[in-house]
Design a protein around this ligand. Structure first.
Ligand SMILES: [Zn+2]
Length: 309
């Protein structure tokens, strides 16, 4: 038995398979990404806590002799075990290595792949169908997100995707839809662009906001950042219904038809979710970068075709 193998056995460290499983669960809990296993990183302790490792198990150091350089390298055994488990997940294409992830996100992190996410859902007994609603990052979805937020802003934008197959659901189309959703709600910092509401479930698994299409899916509106808006359920519904629209300068315009509604309609106590937006100067919340603001060509289509006049 190797020196390392003996140490792992003597200290009764968890098996690599068990650590791999724990890594997948932890990745899922952290929305699909965790940092490298450097000393002092929170994640190293977090996974150790899960195994209830004792002090010796956490601090044991493996000494290896680098013959070439004639020096001794000391590595904490627990870090090495974590690394070996992650490396083995990467070989199985269940996670991406920090050296690949950094090209996508500029951060040296381990990230779930689609296969890894499926595996994590299996371990946690979460149906695969939930994937569509989860904010969990995967390497494939983040690739779409990167493409969407880095697409140069077209002067003459066409918000329609003539090729779009609305009814057919394939693995590619769900990855594309999730990429759209992720890119949009991240751009708006998980807030409703109209009321600013931001809330998630206590386990952080679900956000209330939705990625809305300005030119709707049913009209073959594009799944891209220029045709997207992050909206709460209520404002998503009201926007699709045509209760309000946007001006080219992103001011919110409320339909005058609202005046013909009984005054108790649309109210939650003192809050009136449509009339509250009718202040002439109310402007929607916008992403940080101008290049990814909704496009006027999509907005004007909504104004002319959906707005209730
Ligand atoms: Zn809202």
């Amino acid at each position: 038995m190797s020196y390392e193998g003996k140490m792992l056995k003597d200290l009764a460290m968890p098996s690599r398979k068990k650590v791999e499983e724990a890594l997948l669960k932890t990745l899922f809990k952290h929305n699909g990404v965790i940092k490298e296993f450097a000393t002092g990183e929170e994640i190293v302790n977090e996974i150790a806590d899960e195994f209830i490792l004792n002090k010796n198990q956490r601090t044991a150091v493996l000494e290896r002799i680098y013959r070439k350089e004639n020096r001794i390298v000391k590595t904490p055994l627990w870090h090495r075990l974590l690394y070996r488990a992650a490396d083995s997940l990467a070989k199985e294409n269940l996670v991406s290595r920090p050296t690949s992830t950094i090209l996508l996100t500029n951060k040296k992190e381990w990230m779930l792949t689609e296969n890894g996410l499926d595996e994590a859902l299996k371990i946690l007994n979460i149906p695969k169908t939930q994937k569509e609603f989860l904010p969990t990052k995967s390497f494939e979805v983040q690739k779409i997100v990167k493409k969407l937020i880095e697409t140069p802003r077209p002067a003459n934008y066409n918000p329609f995707d003539k090729e779009k197959k609305v009814a057919k659901v394939t693995r590619e189309s769900t990855i594309r839809t999730r990429g759209f959703r992720q890119a949009v709600i991240e751009a708006y910092d998980y807030k409703c662009a109209f009321c600013g509401m931001k809330i998630k479930t206590p386990d952080s698994l679900l956000w209330e906001v939705e990625a809305a299409h300005i030119v709707p899916n049913s009209e073959k509106g594009k799944d891209d950042i220029f045709n997207g808006l992050s909206l709460c359920h209520l404002h998503h519904w009201a926007f699709d219904a045509g209760w309000f629209t946007l001006q080219d300068d992103y001011k919110i315009q409320v339909s005058l038809k609202v005046n013909s509604l009984p005054s108790d309609f649309g109210r939650m106590g003192d809050y009136d979710f449509i009339r509250a937006l009718s202040n002439k100067n109310s402007k929607m919340l916008l992403p940080k970068r101008k290049e990814i603001y909704p496009h006027q060509n999509a907005i004007s289509w909504h104004r002319e075709n959906k707005f209730f006049t």
